[in-house]
Design a binder for this molecule. Sequence first.
Ligand code: NAD
Length: 500
Amino acid sequence: MSTTSAIDWAARAAELRIDGRIVIDGQRRDAASGETFAKNSPIDGRALAPVARGREADIDAAVKSARAAFDDGRWSAKAPAVRKKILQRFAEKILAAKDELALLETLDMGKPIQYSLAVDVPSTARTIAWYAEAVDKIYDEIAPTGPNALALITREAMGVVGVIVPWNYPMIMAAWKLGPALATGNSVVLKPSEKSPLTALRLAEIAVEAGVPPGVFNVVPGYGQEAGEALALHMDVDALGFTGSTRTGRRMLEYAGRSNLKRIYNELGGKSAFVVFPDFADIERAARTVAGSMFFNQGESCNAPSRVLVHESVADHFVEIVAAEAPQYMPADPLDTSTVMGALVDDTQLRTVMGYIEAGRSEGATCVAGGRQARAASGGYYVEPTVFDRVDNGMKIAREEIFGPVLSVIRFKTEAEAIALANNSSFGLQASVWSDNVNRAHRVARALRAGTVHVNQYDEDDITVPFGGYKQSGNGRDKSLHAFDKYTELKTTWLRIDAA
Ligand code: NAD
């Protein structure tokens, strides 16, 4: 067997056969309108495949298929242990298709092949397997009522769950919803991003091969304002798990209000603060960590530590190290296994990121690394790892989510000022505090308004912990057992017990 680094990924890409058709009822089909849209690779602009342009009619067909599957119990009425076995097989088959899925992900959205292989595929499989393994170990409740009654509190599948995901981690974001939704017996209609639809379509086929009954997991690619809107407005979708921008998350709530008040779970943007105090001895480690976390996935991570707050007494040293680290993340060909930063997802994203870099300069921040487009001759969309120093928290680059490899460094004088700056954001997804003083570390971690707070590290992550945000970073939580809450309804059943 060849190792992944020995594989010629460019040759594999040239041979790859890509099917962009919809998956409904376990079958491939064209859009009802017959329309497609062109999917090009951000790596070099090459055409990958025509993809079905799903619209309302296709979403309706997918929801009807999901509803029929739910109502006849082919999945929803199976014992949890049976669903577990099938989903475990699904996870195994994802791993078996590792090379193909990783290549599709990289070609589709531009991340380095080494990370698609080492992170995206295994994490997707682990998520599905973890929820499968959990679902037959959860018990319902009996309420502590009086002697003449029995009150059972049970969790039941919602029914049809819509899932809409972004393009930055297409498979992982889908798996965070699919795992708990499918394990608890729901049927799912997934609308992947039009910028990265390819792996989702393959996942739906692999699920059927693993034994997930046709109709239980349907995938309709298409544009947000067409397929996405139709799914979010559909009267027969019971819950909608959404990951994407805060702007679209706001729309989701409107769609629910305009239709059937479906449950909306929003996992939205971030502008996570990374707070470095002078009593943290290993400033180099903190600086290297922020560079690694910021530039991973081209900076296209909702939880990227894009706002560094550093005490003025150590700021010069810290910035010097980050600026020296940045060039090590210079973008290169994503199909080369040594590449650590790949292409931005498309031309629009490239222009957005370059616009923010321009705004940083014109608002008076100091660009100490990067700041330019890279590899333009490739035909793809690349930006240098960029660091701005002397940023003010009121500047556009400190307030808005850039979703690209651009780091802002803000200097502070006191602990109280650092906390105030960190919390002065409309987002609240993640944060981190770096201090060797245990009291300060706890005090600041407690004061930070974010769904996850890291202390003296930023890399820890696991399916066992919840993920989600405060404020305009969303509601509900993906991952961990808490995610089951989103895809189940609580039911109380009262039984009367007569005296003998
Ligand atoms: P986006 O909001 O533009 O699109 C997300 C999805 O919504 C896509 O599938 C898109 O087609 C669909 N969509 C767009 N407009 C729609 C509409 N009017 N109606 C229905 N559907 C619509 O976001 P994006 O650019 O794809 O992704 C980047 C965003 O995702 C960033 O803000 C990032 O922070 C966020 N994100 C959050 C998390 C998290 O867990 N909190 C994780 C990853 C990404």
